[in-house]
Design a protein. Structure first.
Length: 140
């Protein structure tokens, strides 16, 4: 973002940088579901115990808009976090299935997938917190 008077590049706020970073990471995780599902010989809609991407996207879009426009509102960050850990859990599930069920532990970093898969519990906590602070984001 350049200022017309000075022509210098102005850095964005830390919250905006964090929102954009979360957006890029979430999009990368959601895009990785297709090759990981193919590696596990499953469809993306397979029931792996994690929330499917099409159920996460509406919450994520609302969360990203809220976190971008009102970074002090905790509701937006809860929705962003829920989308992020939901996508991470789905990727972990597909990779763990591919590694341990099909290839018997021969893929690299299979243990990381086993650690990433149960983060769906964090998603449940974030959804619960989002419900508790709805509609004003916890502000008084």
């Amino acid at each position: 973002m350049s200022s017309p008077a000075t022509g210098r590049f102005r850095l964005a706020s830390p919250a905006a940088v964090l929102v954009l970073g979360c957006l890029v990471l979430t999009l990368a995780l959601v895009a990785a579901e297709w090759p990981l599902a193919s590696l596990a010989r499953l469809g993306v809609s397979a029931n792996t115990g994690s929330t499917p991407w099409w159920e996460l996207v509406p919450f994520g879009v609302v969360g990203f808009v809220m976190a971008w426009r009102k970074p002090g509102n905790a509701l937006g960050w809860c929705l962003v976090g829920g989308m992020l850990v939901g996508a991470l859990s789905a990727d972990g599930s597909f990779y763990a299935i591919a590694d341990f069920r099909l290839r018997h532990g021969t893929l690299p970093l299979g243990w990381v997938a086993m650690l990433a898969q149960p983060v769906w519990a964090i998603e449940i906590v974030l959804i619960g917190v989002a419900l508790l602070i709805f509609p004003d984001g916890g502000s008084s």
